[in-house]
Design a protein around this ligand. Structure first.
Ligand SMILES: Cc1ncc(COP(=O)(O)O)c(C=O)c1O
Length: 396
C-alpha cells in the first residue's frame, strides 16, 4: 500500500503496486449493515445508488448493473444494434468495448486513435462511418473526455447513435457537462481498479425514457418492472416475462460499497489531481518522457497517468523500462494492447491487414504509472525518481 512506503528505511524497498483500492471503515460498515439487513441482492441500496448516481452525472436515468461490460451490452442493444450492423470502436481499448458489439452479432470496425491521448478522433469516425454503422463507441481513455459533440454530430447525421465507454471517466466533464449526460447512453464500470468501485459492477445512464425502460427490462431476465420487489412486503408474487433478458442486476451487498465510495468521490478526484500535479512537477525536467495533458474544454477523471517514452532518445524499449521499474519495486501497466494485435481480432476481423499508425506509435511508448488516492506525495516522488534514473541510464 502507498502509505507503507512514504518515509525512509527498509520499507522503501517494498513494492509499490500499480493499484491499491481505497476501501475504508465506511464501505465495511455499509456492507456489514447490508449483510445484517436480511436483503442481499438487488433492492433499496441499488435503487439508492442509482438515484445518487443519476444526480451526480445529471442523467435522468441511471441503471445499476453487475459490470461495465453489461452496461455496454445493454446500451448497444437499446441503441438498436443488430446482427450485421457495424459499430465503430477505437482499437486502443480493453476487449470489453468491442466484445459488447460482438454479443449482438454486430461487427466492430476498429478505428485508429490519436497517438498522444489514445482517444478516438472525429475524423476517424468520419472515415469509417457508412450505411451499416449503427453505433459509434468512443472510449474516454485514462479519463480524458473524447470530443463527443463532434463525434455525435457525425454519427447522428449518418443515422447512428453514440454510446460512450466511460469505464475510466468518473467524474469527468466536457464543456461543463458531466460525462454520462452527453452521449445517447453512457456505460460506467465499478471494477476493482476503477475511480469508484463496487468490486465488480457498473452503471448505464441515458436521457431517453424508452431506452431506460428497454434496459431495465433486459437487466433482469425481461421481467416486468419492479419484479425484484416480489419478496418484499410491498411487492407482489405476480410478474410477467416480457422479453428475453440477462442476469445483469447489481446486488445490494455490492451497491453498499458503491454508496460509501460515491460519498468519497470528490475527495478521490481531488487526490488524483494533486498526485497528477506532483507527477507533472517531478517529471518536468525529464525530456525523454512525455506527460499526459487534460484536453481543452474538458475535466479529466485522471483514471490513469500514461506517460510516453521518447524512444529516439533512449537505448531501451518500453518493456525494458517496465522491467527496470519492477526491479526498483514499482508496479506499472500498459493501457492497452490495441485490439488489432490480439489473435481473436486478427482472426475474426482481418485486422492484421490494416494499419493503425496512431495506436502503434502510442503502444510502443506508453507506460501507465501508479495513480490512486491511497498514494502519498512521497510515493509519486519515488516513482518519478525511479523513472528519471532508468531513463538517464539508458539515454542515447
Ligand atoms: C475501457 C474499458 N471498457 C470496459 C471495461 C469493462 O468493465 P468491467 O470490467 O466492469 O466489465 C473496462 C475495464 O474493466 C475498461 O477499461
Amino acid at each position: 500500500m502507498g502509505a507503507a512506503v512514504q518515509d525512509t528505511g527498509a520499507e522503501l524497498h517494498d513494492f509499490l503496486p500499480f493499484h491499491y483500492p481505497s476501501i475504508g471503515e465506511e464501505e465495511i460498515a455499509e456492507v456489514v449493515a447490508t449483510l445484517r439487513s436480511g436483503w442481499l441482492t438487488t433492492g433499496q441500496r441499488a435503487v439508492q445508488l442509482e438515484q445518487e448516481f443519476s444526480r451526480l452525472v445529471d442523467a435522468p436515468h441511471a441503471l445499476a448493473v453487475n459490470s461495465g461490460t453489461a452496461a455496454l451490452h445493454l446500451a448497444l442493444s437499446a441503441g438498436g444494434v443488430r446482427p450485421g450492423d457495424e459499430v465503430i470502436v477505437p482499437t486502443f481499448t480493453f476487449t470489453a468495448t468491442a466484445e459488447a458489439a460482438i454479443y449482438l452479432g454486430a461487427r466492430p470496425v476498429l478505428a485508429d486513435v490519436d497517438p498522444v491521448s489514445g482517444n478516438l478522433q472525429p475524423d476517424e469516425v468520419a472515415r469509417w462511418i457508412g450505411g451499416r454503422t449503427r453505433a459509434v463507441l468512443p472510449v474516454h481513455l485514462a479519463g480524458h473526455p473524447c470530443d463527443l459533440d463532434a463525434i455525435g454530430a457525425i454519427a447522428h447525421a449518418a443515422g447512428a447513435v453514440v454510446i460512450d465507454d466511460a469505464a475510466h471517466a468518473l467524474p469527468a466533464r466536457l464543456r461543463g457537462r458531466p460525462i454520462g449526460a452527453v452521449a445517447d447512453a453512457t456505460a460506467f464500470s465499478f471494477y476493482a481498479t476503477k475511480n469508484m468501485t463496487t468490486a465488480e459492477g457498473g452503471m448505464v445512464t441515458t436521457a431517453r425514457e424508452d431506452w431506460a425502460e428497454f434496459m431495465r427490462l433486459r437487466r433482469l431476465h425481461g421481467l416486468s418492472r419492479d419484479a425484484w420487489k416480489r419478496y418484499t412486503a410491498d411487492g407482489s408474487w405476480a410478474y410477467e416475462v416480457v422479453d428475453v433478458g440477462y442476469k445483469y442486476n447489481l446486488p445490494d451487498v455490492l451497491a453498499a460499497i458503491g454508496l460509501a465510495q460515491l460519498r468519497k468521490l470528490d475527495g478521490f478526484a481531488a487526490a488524483r489531481r494533486a498526485l497528477v500535479a506532483r507527477y507533472r512537477a517531478a517529471l518536468a525536467d525529464v525530456d525523454a518522457v512525455g506527460l499526459p495533458e487534460e484536453p481543452a474544454d474538458a475535466e479529466s477523471a485522471w483514471h490513469l497517468f500514461v506517460v510516453r517514452l521518447d524512444l529516439d532518445r533512449l537505448r531501451i524499449d518500453r518493456g525494458g523500462v517496465i522491467e527496470e521499474l519492477r526491479q526498483l519495486g514499482i508496479g506499472t501497466s500498459v493501457h492497452f494492447i490495441p485490439l488489432h494485435r490480439h489473435p481473436y481480432y486478427r482472426r475474426v476481423l482481418g485486422a492484421s491487414s490494416r494499419e493503425f499508425p496512431g495506436a502503434e506509435d502510442l503502444f510502443a511508448r506508453c507506460v501507465s504509472l501508479p495513480l490512486y488516492p491511497a498514494m502519498t506525495g512521497a510515493d509519486v516522488d519515488r516513482v518519478a525518481d525511479a523513472l528519471r534514473d532508468v531513463v538517464r541510464q539508458h539515454r542515447r
